[in-house]
Design a protein around this ligand. Structure first.
Ligand SMILES: CC(C)(COP(=O)(O)OP(=O)(O)OC[C@H]1O[C@@H](n2cnc3c(N)ncnc32)[C@H](O)[C@@H]1OP(=O)(O)O)[C@@H](O)C(=O)NCCC(=O)NCCS
Length: 178
């Protein structure tokens, strides 16, 4: 993710979460937070409501903080018009490969208790529920479910490669970190 991606990313974020991310927070993450890493997913897929058919555009993004040997997912979102096309999965897969590059021992995240879609996505990538953070989300007072993928061993890497090969059949031009 580059600074020039911010407008598109913030628009997707606003469509995806109850409380949109503030512009200055995202700027801080990109420019100042040395622990933060953010990616965008670009596509030349189009929907009817899009202008500039054929032009590449951002359809999703993800971010994480590198904290010692832990990768903590801070955000992940797909534009609502592109949900259900395995693009969230592509973002998560890429993030997991990045975790190996650092290298990290585990990947953690918090997810809203009501967000079953995201929890299913994480479960598909073998994240297990390891705890609960009561009233973690200040906007709605909702609890967070804490989920963890570990250990990031060779076996799990093989699983990721198999997932990648499956997704490459759908998206042959997809470029991952591994
Ligand atoms: C969560 C999110 C990123 C998933 O992205 P997506 O591109 O729609 O999901 P994918 O098509 O990649 O689906 C991958 C897996 O997620 C799960 N999933 C996706 N949509 C689902 C739905 N409507 N119901 C239940 N599970 C679902 C399934 O396990 C699916 O795998 P499968 O198709 O083999 O069953 C997307 O819904 C989103 O942006 N949500 C709003 C933001 C958000 O909640 N982010 C998570 C913050 S913790």
């Amino acid at each position: 993710m580059q600074l020039e991606d911010m407008a598109e990313v913030l628009a997707i974020d606003a469509l995806s979460f109850p409380t949109p991310m503030k512009e200055n927070l995202l700027r801080y993450e990109l420019v100042e937070n040395e622990l933060a890493r953010y990616q965008v997913l670009e596509t030349s897929l189009t929907t009817e409501s899009m202008e500039n058919v054929g032009k590449k555009r951002i359809v999703g993004f993800s971010g994480y903080w590198l904290m010692g040997d832990e990768v903590h997912i801070s955000t992940i979102a797909v534009h609502p018009e592109f949900k259900g096309k395995h693009l969230g999965e592509l973002l998560l897969l890429n993030l997991m490969f990045l975790a190996y590059k650092h290298p990290a021992c585990l990947v953690t995240l918090e997810v809203r208790q009501s967000n079953i879609t995201a929890q299913q996505l994480y479960a598909k990538y073998d994240f297990a529920v390891v705890g609960q953070r009561p009233r973690y989300y200040k906007d709605t007072g909702e609890d967070a479910v804490l989920m963890t993928a570990e250990p990031l061993n060779g076996r799990y890497h093989q699983f990721l490669v198999a997932q990648k090969n499956t997704l490459l059949r759908l998206y042959p031009h997809f470029k991952t970190e591994a």
